[in-house]
Design a protein around this ligand. Structure first.
Ligand SMILES: [Zn+2]
Length: 281
């Protein structure tokens, strides 16, 4: 009897040791190679963290790429009373937006421009003077644009600038049609892209356009768009733009938009905006 008890004890001891060994050092079956008892190495664990493989990860990736994108753009700033209010709303919502700057305003309020830049906003040239006489010929236009670019570079140390926005848009009615075409072509030759918009807030139609109208304009025009480039103005008399902004952001978020600045535009998004005649129309 004692002999059989000893054999039973040894058998139990053997199996307990085997189970302990299996769980402490080895995985039973490696799903990639199907080999039995392959040790789990650190590299594989790190690799599996880097490479999303689960169904959830893939779905998450697809949802990201299917998201609608809104580029909020603000022309004509910086200004003394509204720019920092706009920035505060953007920061609270963790949104990066694009500011097309008026050079002579930047010279007046360099600290405000620097604050926009330091908070990660995309700073681009609009014009130095914002006077329509810049469209007299392509030389006067380029001189004005270069002066604006120099102002921005001096204040922000930003080195690469490859987008601009024409005062009044690339097909403005102020300049002679042929002269405007010549100016547009000369920009392309210099690899500078010009950006218009496909959603207008309508805040340029007067000073103090009612906030509800600005909201309505933006929300209506964003429907059925996958990429919205939205025109706002950051200027002294545009306080209703600031009032409308929080509700506009909330509505667009609820409709599935994510927000980007032109610093983060992808080549695919740019192609799509070129086709839609929003960039280099
Ligand atoms: Zn403007």
């Amino acid at each position: 009897m004692k002999f059989f008890n000893n054999i039973l004890k040894n058998i139990i001891y053997f199996f307990v040791s085997l189970i302990f060994l299996l769980f402490s050092n080895f995985s039973l079956v490696d799903s990639n190679s199907m080999s039995v008892f392959k040790p789990v190495g650190l590299d594989e664990e790190v690799e599996s963290i880097k490479t999303p493989k689960t169904v959830n990860d893939v779905q998450e990736k697809e949802t990201q790429s299917q998201k609608k994108v809104a580029f909020l753009t603000f022309d004509d700033g910086p200004c003394i009373n509204n720019t920092l209010k706009i920035l505060n709303i953007l920061d609270k919502n963790n949104i990066k937006a694009t500011f097309f700057i008026v050079g002579k305003k930047a010279e007046e309020y360099p600290d405000i421009l620097k604050k926009l830049f330091d908070d990660g906003m995309c700073i681009l040239p609009h014009t130095y003077s914002h006077e329509y006489k810049i469209y007299k010929n392509k030389e006067t236009y380029h001189k004005d644009l270069m002066t604006c670019i120099d102002c921005i570079k001096k204040i922000t140390n930003k080195d690469v600038i490859k987008y601009t926005r024409f005062p009044g848009g690339s097909f403005n009615a102020v300049s002679n049609k042929n002269r405007m075409r010549e100016i547009r072509e000369s920009l392309k030759e210099e690899n500078m892209k010009y950006v218009d918009w496909n959603v207008s807030s309508g805040d340029a139609l007067g000073d103090g356009v009612a906030a509800y109208k600005i909201k309505r304009n933006v929300i209506n025009q964003c429907k059925n768009k996958d990429i919205a480039v939205i025109l706002f103005h950051d200027a002294y008399y545009k306080k209703t733009t600031v009032e409308a902004l929080p509700d506009i952001i909330k509505n667009l978020k609820d409709s599935g938009f994510i927000f980007k600045s032109l610093n983060d535009i992808t080549p695919e998004e740019e192609d799509s905006l070129v086709k839609a005649k929003v960039i280099n129309r």
